[in-house]
Design a binder for this molecule. Structure first.
Ligand code: NDP
Length: 307
């Protein structure tokens, strides 16, 4: 049987489908020369020195769509195919983005605390919130998930615009400049990949342009937003609200962010439902089993499409 190196946790269902096909090795006990396949997740990825230390490695299957923790270019050069799980999580991550936006607008967390603490009974009605209808919403990264977010927002009758490196064939206003889009919109939703190309794309200037009445939603990667600038903007009232699923050094979340009343925080739960994780797990395993069968894979990352 071929030998698979497991990085990070996998579900029982993944384990039970992989066990008949592979000898599964853990990171604390494996022999480099025998490993032909790796399974990992989007957060752990694989360190490049570990990847290059496996002389017979042929395929890396990532349990997630974001693969910024894998050097896919280096893998392709070595003839190693990297796969990920596009599309099967689009709707779930879009739901998470909408959930965060609505929670900011309608102060879900504040009002939940208001009821639980007994303040409603003691002090009367909670302060009014803001309507999420008919807002100007800018999507940073209009790809598979970005489009699903735009679709899912339709019942709130938004005016949608977007920024990405290239203009798409869509009925939304395109902004070549992120700062210009941030100045135009009420809500900025980040859903680009992580990695060096998008590092701190949302900086102090962008946050300032979004402004005191603005809401930032980040469901992409923590690295996409300058977290220090974000905390400062929220503390000083230069930015109104933030709904965050991802953080620079997760699972560590700065105390300053946790102390702010105008943020809603999630533990990187964008795709974390039973149904969607099952679909992602199935595709992660299907890629490995397909590769065993005939050397092809179902969903290679773009860098590995020609292998
Ligand atoms: P896609 O590749 O389909 O879309 C990415 C979009 O980002 C494209 O429209 C691309 O357009 C744009 N983009 C890429 N680089 C830049 C850049 N430097 N500046 C501006 N725009 C850029 O990916 P998905 O929609 O499938 O996934 C997006 C990301 O979402 C994942 O990579 C992952 O990081 C994150 N994610 C987070 C989850 C969570 O749990 N919070 C779950 C799943 C995904 P163009 O090439 O024209 O610039």
């Amino acid at each position: 049987m071929p030998d698979l190196l497991q990085i990070g946790n996998i579900t029982e269902r993944m384990q039970s489908r992989l066990s008949p096909a592979f000898n599964i090795h853990q990171l604390d006990q494996y022999e480099a020369a025998v490993i032909t396949h790796v399974i990992t997740n989007g957060h752990a990825g694989i360190p490049t020195d570990l990847m290059t230390s496996l002389p017979n490695l042929k395929a890396i299957s990532v349990y997630g769509v974001g693969y910024d923790a894998v050097d896919a270019k280096a893998a392709a050069q070595l003839g190693i195919v990297v796969t990920h799980t596009p599309n099967v999580l689009n709707d779930e991550v879009a739901t998470t983005a909408v959930l965060l936006m609505l929670s900011c607008y309608r102060e879900l967390v504040r009002d939940d605390a208001y009821v639980r603490s007994g303040r409603w009974e003691a002090e009367g009605n909670a302060p009014l919130t803001r309507s999420a209808d008919r807002q100007k919403i800018g999507i940073l990264g209009l790809g598979r998930i970005g489009q699903a977010i735009a679709d899912k927002l339709a019942p709130w009758s938004p005016e949608i615009s977007y920024h990405s490196r290239s203009q798409k064939d869509v009925p939304y206003q395109y902004f070549g400049s992120l700062v210009d889009m941030a100045a135009h919109v009420d809500v900025l939703i980040c859903i680009t990949p992580g990695g060096p190309a998008t590092n701190k794309l949302v900086n102090a200037e962008v946050l300032k342009a979004l402004g005191p009445a603005g809401t930032l939603i980040n469901v992409s990667r923590g690295s996409v937003v300058d977290e220090t600038a974000l905390i400062e903007a929220l503390q000083q009232g230069d930015l109104g609200w933030a709904g965050l699923d991802v953080f620079e050094k997760e699972p560590h979340v700065p105390q300053a962010l946790r102390d702010l009343p105008n943020v809603v925080l999630l533990p990187h739960a964008g795709s974390a439902t039973v149904e969607t994780r099952a679909a992602m797990g199935d595709l992660t395993v299907d890629n490995l089993l397909q590769h065993l069968q005939d050397g092809s894979v179902l969903t290679p990352v773009p860098e590995c499409k020609d292998l």
